[in-house]
Design a protein around this ligand. Sequence first.
Ligand code: PLP
Length: 426
Amino acid sequence: MSQTTDVSVHDRILAERARYVSAGVSTPKLVVSHADGARVTDVDGRSFVDFAGGIGCQNTGHRFGPVVEAVREQLDEYLHQCFMVGVYEPYVDVCRRLAEVSPCVGETQKSILVNSGAEAVENAVKIARSATGRPAVVVFDNAFHGRTLLTMTMTAKVKPYKAGFGPFAPEVYRAPVPNPYRGVSTDDAIAGLKRLFKADVDPATVACAVLEPVQGEGGFLPMPTDYLARLQELCREHGILYVDDEVQSGVGRTGKVWAVEHYDGIEPDLLVSGKSIGGGLPLAGVTGRAEIMDAVPAGGLGGTFGGNPLSCAAAIAVLDAVTEPGFLEQATELGQTMRARLEALAARHEAIGEVRGLGPMLAFELAEQAPEQASAIVAAAFERGLLLLACGMYGNVIRLLAPLTIDAAELEEGLALLEESVDAAL
Ligand code: PLP
C-alpha cells in the first residue's frame, strides 16, 4: 500500500539533501526547478529574479540561447575525449578566442583549459614557477582564489575556508591591498609589499604575484588605478610574473571583457579565467605569452576533463557574444543604472557605508563589520523573490551579479525588490 504524505517536493528534497549530502557544502533553502535568463523558478513554482548567477557564472544569463544551441550541436558529435588522448577543435577554438582578447603582455598568446577557477589558479602558479624557476607566491589581503590546498592557502579568510584544513601550502606570502573606505591607501599597500620583501621573502625567489583586479569574495573591491601600475612596476623590477585572476571579474562582468582593461598600461603576464566563460558549464583557463605557457614540459599540465567539449562549445558561444558590438556597451549602461539606484539607496540608509565596483560589478558595504545586516537583507530578498549574495571578509557586503543580458523590466523588478528588502532589513 502506498503511503500518502503532505510533504512538499521542496521539503522532501531538502530533507534528502540533509540526509545524503555533506554538511560541509553550505546551501540555502532554494530548490531549483528551472532557470532562464535572469529568472530562477523553484520546485513550488516560485519565481525569483536572479542577482546571484550561481556566483557570477551567468553573465550571459541562464540557458543563453547560443550556448544551449552550441551544446545541443556538440551533444550529437562527442561528449568526452580528453585532450591528451584526442585533439578536438572546440578546445583549440576557445584558446584562439582567448588569445584574440588577451590583455596579457606579448604577441603570441597561448592557453590551457581546466575545470574550475581553483584549478586554473593552481596551474597559473605551476606555470609561473616552471617559467621562473622560483618557488614563492605573493597574494593579497581579501583574496579568494579557491578551495584546493594551494588556493585555500592563497585565500585570505579563515572561516569557513581555512579553519581546520591546515597545514597549508608553503611559500605563500600575503601583502596588503588598498581599501580606501577602510583607510588603506595605495601608498600603504605598496609600502606593505616592500616590507614583505624586506621582512619575509626575498623578491628574487618570488615566481608570481596573484591578484584579482576587483576582489570578488573579498568584498567587490576594485583596485585603485594607480595601484596596479605601481604593482606591475615592482613585479617587473624583481622579475616577478603578475597573474591577473579574472575568474569573477572577467567575461564582461565589469563592462570590458577583462576588468584589467580598465587600467591603462597594465599588461599581466598570465590571466586566469573561469565562471561565466562556460555559460553555465564548468570551464576555466590560464592564458599568457607563449614563452611562459610553453615553459612547462609536455605532460606537466592537463587533466582528464579539462576543456571538456561541451564546455568548450558553450565558451565559444559566450566569447562570441561578449565580443559582439553592443554587448559591453549594454553592460556598461546596466552598471550606470544600477549604481544610481544603489547610491540613492545608500543616501536613505546610514548603515550603508559605501557603494562601489567597476561597471556593472557592483556592491554596497555596510558600515558595521559584522554579517547580521547583510544576512537580513539576503533573507528579506529571498522572501520577496530576489536571489542575492553577501561577500566580504566580514560578510557585510551585498554584491550584485545580475546577468548582463537582463531586460529593463526584470532589472526594474529586481532593483525594486532589492530596495524593499533593504528598507525592511535595516
Ligand atoms: N578566483 C576567484 C577570483 C574566484 O572568485 C573564485 C571563485 O569564486 C575562484 C578563483 C575559484 O573558482 P572555482 O570556485 O571555480 O574553483
